[in-house]
Design a protein around this ligand. Sequence first.
Ligand SMILES: C[S@@+](CC[C@H](N)C(=O)[O-])C[C@H]1O[C@@H](n2cnc3c(N)ncnc32)[C@H](O)[C@@H]1O
Length: 314
Amino acid sequence: MARTTTCGASWTCTPPSRGPVVTGAPMRAEASSSEGRRSRRGAPRCPIDSGARDRSNCDATRTASFVGGWGAQARRRTALAASLSPMEKVLANPNWPEEFPLKASDFARFDENADRWFYNQPRIVKHIDDNAIRALTRYYASVFPPSGQKDTAILDICSSWISHYPKRYEAGKISGMGMNEVELKRNPVLTDWIVRDLNMNPVFPYDDNTYDVVTNAVSVDYLTRPLEVFDEIHRVLKPGGLAIMSFSNRYFPTKAIAAWVSSGDSEHIWITGSYFHYSAHGGFEAPVCKDISPKKGWFGIGDPMYVVYSRKKA
Ligand SMILES: C[S@@+](CC[C@H](N)C(=O)[O-])C[C@H]1O[C@@H](n2cnc3c(N)ncnc32)[C@H](O)[C@@H]1O
């Protein structure tokens, strides 16, 4: 049975791996249904699987061998790697090429009209299912500074009416940046907000070293100038501050970048990790993936949920 999306049918927030793309969506969005290494024209080269298998390419292994063979450190790292889920392993051994591998064509979109036209209609909807939202909220609860601290500042980019933060979470400052005023006004956690098209103007209107945490929920795939945005995330984070990108396998296929639409979950993790790796002049720690996917329900139904995070080097 075809499953309806949680966010309405006509403007398509499509779960690409399940059923046909809904009305008006381009056929190519279906390409993202296949998980794995398949690389299409326009998609980035993502040497995930080969690298994961080739232990001689693994930084952990190389380091351990250098300091004296398979010692305790190597065993610890091996045990850690073994405990990772397949998706988490993607960033355990990413094999980053020398240069940022995505080309201009990887950031092309079916709908190249200004984003303000697409987002001028408020969408008071959920873009992922309730279990995935709960998983993200639980994750935030586990890493956010304690609630109620006046000197805590959090920024939610690509924000809307819902930020998925823990219930009754409070901080001195919770800023939101998004595309729709009506949505942002309805977001109960935000203490301030601003409408900003980051594809037109990726500069954040905030001071350096302001935020403890920057979040971006299910929206990193819409950024056409991600390295500039990640430079800005880095700039506004306090030293040691945490940037959390999260996503599932749903998206607006006409607005997501070509590299995202033409690849699967593991590539999405790798692409997002690459934004940290290649931005901010190496000012981010190595990005990490956490697979927070909730258990699947009946008939294997349920949105996967991934977090790719990094900290600004202190
Ligand atoms: C799928 S919604 C996710 C909204 C919200 N983060 C959530 O979890 O429900 C995608 C969001 O990305 C944001 N977005 C898309 N294109 C953008 C752009 N060019 N600049 C800034 N934000 C953008 C929009 O504000 C939109 O709300």
